[in-house]
Design a protein around this ligand. Structure first.
Ligand SMILES: [Cu+2]
Length: 136
C-alpha cells in the first residue's frame, strides 16, 4: 500500500508537465487582421510573426490597395475590392510600410505618404506598418 502513492505522484507530475508544454505552444500568435472601415487602416500598426499572414478586410464601399513603398525589399500590391478580403504572407522579419495607392501617394523627397485630395481623411494619409517578428 505504501508503494502505490509514490507511483501515482510520479504519473501525475508527468501529466502536468506535458500539459504545461502543450499550452505554451498553442498560444503562439501568427496572424494579424487589419480592417478598412473607410480611407484608413485599423490598426495603423499591426504585428505578425514571420511565416504568418496579415488579413486585410475591406468594410468600405470603395476599393483600396495595400501597396509597398517604391524600392522596398519586399514588394507587394494587393487590390481589395469593396467588401473583399486579401491576405499577405511575410517570410522575413522586419517593418513593412504600405499605403493605398488609390487614396494616398508616396513622396520620395520626404519619404512620407500623403493623402490624395479626394480622400475621406485629408489630414490622415491612408498608410500603415506591418511589424513581422521572428517566430520563436
Ligand atoms: Cu484606399
Amino acid at each position: 500500500m505504501s508503494l502505490k502513492t509514490p507511483v501515482l505522484l510520479v504519473a501525475a507530475t508527468a501529466l502536468l508537465t506535458a500539459c504545461g508544454t502543450a499550452t505554451t505552444a498553442t498560444t503562439a500568435r501568427t496572424d494579424a487582421t487589419v480592417t478598412i472601415p473607410s480611407d484608413r487602416f485599423l490598426p495603423v500598426i499591426s504585428q505578425s510573426v514571420t511565416g504568418g499572414t496579415v488579413t486585410f478586410r475591406n468594410a468600405d464601399a470603395d476599393a483600396h490597395t495595400v501597396t509597398s513603398l517604391p524600392g522596398a525589399a519586399v514588394a507587394f500590391d494587393l487590390v481589395i475590392p469593396a467588401g473583399g478580403t486579401r491576405t499577405l504572407k511575410l517570410d522575413a522579419a522586419g517593418a513593412y510600410r504600405y499605403y493605398c495607392r488609390f487614396h494616398a501617394h508616396y513622396d520620395p523627397k520626404t519619404d512620407q505618404v500623403a493623402a490624395n485630395p479626394g480622400a475621406d481623411h485629408p489630414d490622415e494619409p491612408m498608410a500603415g506598418v506591418i511589424v513581422a517578428a521572428r517566430n520563436g
